[in-house]
Design a binder for this molecule. Structure first.
Ligand code: SD4
Length: 336
């Protein structure tokens, strides 16, 4: 390992060796490096690998952990974890079976971000179930960060993704019913399962995140939410931590929510306090209509501490850490 890299790694993991400003011999540096690596390894067994996700998605976190336990990296873990819910036709807010827009089109938004700060996203993607994998291809195989609409679909097809009909009978029926009144109203907590946002730390202590959704049910055609907007629906900084959002995307975009949570952690807040502060920026706006919509955040810091918070009750986080895969109810703002 190069000395500069080592110093960075030591300070990031809280090992705090005083080599940055002092002159040390090569041997001394090497032995300090070895002991730092051990400490990193010990710290890792205490808290990582770990994975957290929005809502109740035990199967998705189990899939991600399977990858992490097999020495897979955090990026593969979050992608594969998200794919579980994208393929789950019963979940009406993600991937196949997602509720359509007001014209009956299922349109998907997704984003992914790795430990280097690379990111990719797809916006208004139609007919492709695994939006998260297309987002990863955008990140890895193009010079761009975002692809939208027909261009995103065409790109996916050239990458071997099979177009299919994403509107299931159940979602079509729900849409037909909605059309009777055709009122747009954000729904708080759709069946305790919504946009999936997932964050993971692998055995090396590296962080990645992903977010995938069919967006708000019965949205206007062309509407884009927070989930594919880097910094709003998702943000990862491998030196600090990561955050991901769910709920009314417009409110998350207006406050650049996930970036805000990570910046608050950089300033020293715990993940829990950072999520609470990001929610308070929304609810404390003059004339905030927060009683009528939900927003929730989950976050993890570099030390593997996690937090989650929402405006309304019944938001939850699924967390797989230390052999336990569990759903944890979030604390929330609106207790009145
Ligand atoms: C969006 N944040 O498109 C997503 C949808 C969601 O609860 O999370 N709904 O605004």
């Amino acid at each position: 390992m190069k000395r500069r890299h080592f110093i960075k790694k030591a300070s990031l993991t809280g090992v705090g060796l005083a080599v940055g400003s002092s002159l040390v011999s090569c041997d001394e540096a090497k032995s300090k490096e070895q002991s730092a690596e051990k400490t990193i390894a010990n710290q890792s067994t205490a808290t990582v690998p770990l994975v957290i996700a929005t809502w109740h998605v035990i199967d998705a976190t189990a899939k991600a952990m399977e990858i992490l336990q097999a020495d897979g990296n955090a990026l593969d873990a979050v992608e594969q974890g998200c794919r579980v819910e994208e393929a789950n036709e019963k979940g009406q807010s993600v991937g196949k079976g997602g509720l359509p827009d007001r014209d009956g089109n299922v349109t998907l938004d997704a984003s992914i971000m790795d430990k280097h700060g690379n990111c990719g996203s797809v916006i208004y993607l139609q007919n492709i179930t695994h939006a998260i994998s297309v987002a990863r291809k955008v990140m890895e195989d193009t010079p761009h960060v975002m692809l939208a609409g027909e261009g995103a679909k065409q790109f996916a097809v050239t990458k071997g993704f099979e177009p299919e009909n994403l509107l299931t009978e159940a979602s079509k029926e729900a849409w037909e019913k909605w059309k009777i009144e055709a009122k747009y109203k954000p729904i708080i907590n759709i069946e305790n399962h919504d946009t999936i946002g997932m964050l993971a730390i692998d055995k090396n202590g590296d962080i990645s995140g992903a977010c995938t959704t069919s967006g708000l049910a019965y949205k206007m055609g062309g509407r884009v939410g927070d989930s594919p907007i880097i910094g709003s629906g998702l943000f990862v900084d491998n030196e600090v931590g990561a955050a991901v959002a769910t709920g009314l995307g417009e409110e998350v975009v207006k406050t650049v929510g996930s970036f805000l949570v990570v910046e608050l952690m950089r300033q020293g807040k715990t993940p829990q306090d950072a999520c609470e502060e990001a929610i308070s920026r929304i609810v404390n706006k003059p004339n905030s209509d927060y009683k009528n919509f939900q927003v929730g955040y989950i976050a993890v810091n570099k030390q593997g501490k996690t937090g989650s918070y929402s405006i309304h009750q019944w938001f939850s986080m699924t967390k797989f850490q230390g052999g336990v895969n569990e759903q944890i109810q979030s604390d929330y703002f609106n207790k009145a």
